[in-house]
Design a protein around this ligand. Structure first.
Ligand code: CO
Length: 288
């Protein structure tokens, strides 16, 4: 019977079509020469991804013709088969193999700290390799220069729930770092303080720390504060270090001083104006 003879061909054709379809399932158009690589620290908290999803949506709207990929810089979170769980090195190598020439790397880091420096070094290493990526441009992190500090300070204040009264404190808590750029947090304190004297910047792993912020709240005799993460996502640090029920969480320590604490559990990417501020780095990318 004739159909038995063509069957292997049909199966082979189906397999090949299937192969092509799955190779493109991650969104590759097959011939995109421009890509945006969104790079974040990463999170183990499923709910925290709302922040990443919001940023990705903006990037898709801003760059409809560009391939959009993700990478995470937290090594402990890599390698579980998720498209977002490639390191920047892996993601850039893959784009180069696919024939992409120009990549804008959108860093979802808050300050230009160690993670950001590593990212810039990685981008430089990949730029101009033979048959590889011609240009790899890294967009600035959220806090970068005087303009961004001013903008972000104003946007942070606007992001505070409207029910907050002027005599209530607001504490934005970032990650913090021992990298020299940890001074960005102190600098941001200057900008937010100039707009509203009851707003404070703190960090969980750097300075200003809980002791500094607690002292400031006491000095102002504030009876109520709003505790808000200054982190890309509201993940592990927000849930435990800030809002946890353990005695040493920020919420508990402030409450132990008789201060009423109101929490706002969201990442910076979930504030549309801040997500837009981040993505603006792409629009400023040179035309090519
Ligand atoms: Co950490």
């Amino acid at each position: 019977m004739r159909w038995i003879r063509v069957l292997p061909l049909v199966v082979a054709a189906m397999l090949m079509t299937g192969f092509v379809a799955s190779a493109h399932a991650d969104g590759a158009s097959g011939n995109a020469r421009e890509a945006v690589l969104i790079v974040a620290f990463g999170t183990s908290y499923e709910k925290a991804r709302a922040s990443y999803d919001a940023v990705e949506k903006l990037v898709r709207n801003a760059s409809p013709d560009r391939e959009i990929r993700w990478a995470w810089t937290a090594h402990s979170l890599l390698g579980e088969g998720n498209e977002r769980r490639l390191s920047p090195q892996e993601a850039l190598a893959r784009l180069a193999t696919e024939g992409v020439k120009n990549v804008d790397v959108l860093s979802l880091h808050v300050i230009p700290g160690q993670e950001y420096s590593n990212l810039v070094a990685t981008a430089r290493a990949f730029e101009g390799l033979p048959k590889g990526l011609e240009r790899v441009r890294v967009c600035p992190p959220l806090l970068w220069d005087t303009d961004s500090m001013r903008d972000v300070a104003a946007l942070l204040l606007k992001s505070v729930p409207e029910s907050r009264k002027a005599d209530e404190g607001v504490i934005f808590v970032g990650h913090g770092t021992h990298h020299p750029s940890g001074v960005y947090y102190g600098a941001l304190q200057y900008y937010v303080g100039a707009l509203d004297p009851n707003v404070f910047i703190g960090t969980v792993e750097g300075y200003p720390d809980i002791h500094a912020v607690r002292a400031a709240v006491k000095a102002k005799k504030l009876k109520k504060v709003w505790l808000i993460p200054l982190m890309t996502v509201a993940g592990d640090h927000a849930s435990n270090d800030l809002f946890g029920d353990e005695e040493d969480s920020w919420k508990r320590i402030l409450a132990s001083d008789g201060v009423k604490v109101e929490i706002v559990a969201r990442g910076l990417g979930e504030v549309p104006a801040l997500a837009e501020r981040w993505v603006r780095g792409l629009a400023e990318s040179p035309a090519h």
